[in-house]
Design a protein around this ligand. Structure first.
Ligand code: 5AD
Length: 327
């Protein structure tokens, strides 16, 4: 689709049902009915950045900060593997405590568990990405957040838009499966720029795309901003499926947070991945990127069983393989 076609669909409310059905059909044809579950470990909520929308931004003094050290990360990884997860996702704020050596040790130990490993730890140098890859990391998630340069610069004080893009191309060059994505509903975000986001995903040939509505957090400068619209986020996701038919697309926790059936609706509108949390409750509530995160009071066992039942109830199955992109 060209930009104008994407804009037309994003601005038209009467074609929504057809769009979601078409995305569901393409999902079925290209990636099948299996849903891939990824076990998410949020191992540190310490972050040096100041992203205006994020509850973990460094100026927020009201969060109780934590770091999970290597042995405990390995413990959660083993538990996730034993629960049947084939992919572990390690996510954190940009926390320099975990230098290249520490990260590579963690990566090597997790890779002994016969799982695919995804990192989501922010902007690093080419050499750092290279070291993680050599240590065994398979995939990397780094959302562009928005391709509107002015909005990007406004939302991310002291950050470089060029560097964000460079990181994504570095990751591609190093042979990672690369995940990116955007927020939908940031203040002053235009429909045109959402169309540009989708075109950017295609240009990058991203392997995974995560899309979620913006949710205002009380301890951020955007506390009084309007929440992103669930249906608009779903439309961006469905259009992403149609334009990149063979990639992996998660039904995101942010969608579940603002719509009690958000993940299932997403799985029926183009998504084929869910990322349940596998850390213990004490950490989950502190990893408050946005407020009232879905599943925050669930144990890992509960999260997994609940989503499994829901997935089966819509006639889909749980995948037993690593869930790489099938090109
Ligand atoms: N609302 C929704 N999503 C958010 N993220 C960060 N803060 C918020 C918020 N307030 C998303 C960003 C980031 C991902 C880990 O969480 O897109 O890449």
């Amino acid at each position: 689709m060209n930009k104008q076609e994407i804009i037309d669909i994003l601005s038209n409310e009467t074609t929504n049902e057809r769009l979601f059905q078409e995305a569901d059909k393409i999902r079925h044809e290209y990636v099948g009915d299996e849903v891939h579950l990824r076990g998410l470990i949020e191992f540190s909520n310490i972050c040096k950045r100041q992203c205006k929308y994020c509850g973990l931004r460094s100026p927020n003094n009201e969060v109780e900060r934590y770091r999970i050290l290597k042995d405990e990360i390995i413990l959660y990884s083993k538990k996730a593997r034993d629960m049947g997860y084939k992919t572990i996702v390690l996510q954190s704020g940009e926390d320099d405590y975990y230098d290249t050596d520490k990260m590579c040790q963690i990566i090597r130990d997790i890779k002994k568990l016969d799982v695919a490993l995804t990192l989501s730890i922010g902007e690093k140098t080419f050499d750092e990405y290279n070291a993680y890859k050599k240590a065994g990391a398979d995939r990397y998630l780094l959302r562009i957040e928005t391709t509107d340069r002015n909005l990007y610069e406004d939302m991310h004080p002291n950050a470089s838009f060029e560097n964000r893009i460079q990181c994504l191309y570095d990751l591609k060059e190093l042979g990672y499966e690369v995940g990116t994505g955007c927020l939908v509903g940031l203040p002053n975000q235009s429909i045109e720029s959402l169309a540009d986001d989708i075109i950017f995903f295609k240009e990058l040939n991203a392997d995974m795309i995560g899309i979620g509505p913006f949710i205002p957090h009380k301890q951020t400068p955007l506390k009084d901003a309007k929440q992103g619209d669930f249906w608009l986020a779903l439309k961006v996701m469905a259009l992403t499926r149609i334009n990149l038919p063979d990639i992996n697309i998660p039904a995101t926790t942010a969608m579940e947070t603002i719509n009690p059936n958000g993940r299932i609706i997403a799985l029926q509108s183009g998504a084929n991945v869910v990322m349940p949390n596998v850390t213990s409750l004490e950490y989950r509530s502190k990893y408050e990127i946005y407020p009232d995160k879905a599943c925050i009071n669930e144990t890992p066992e509960h999260s997994k069983n609940d989503i499994k039942l829901k997935i089966k109830s819509i006639g889909r199955t749980i995948s037993n393989d690593y869930g790489y992109r099938n090109k």
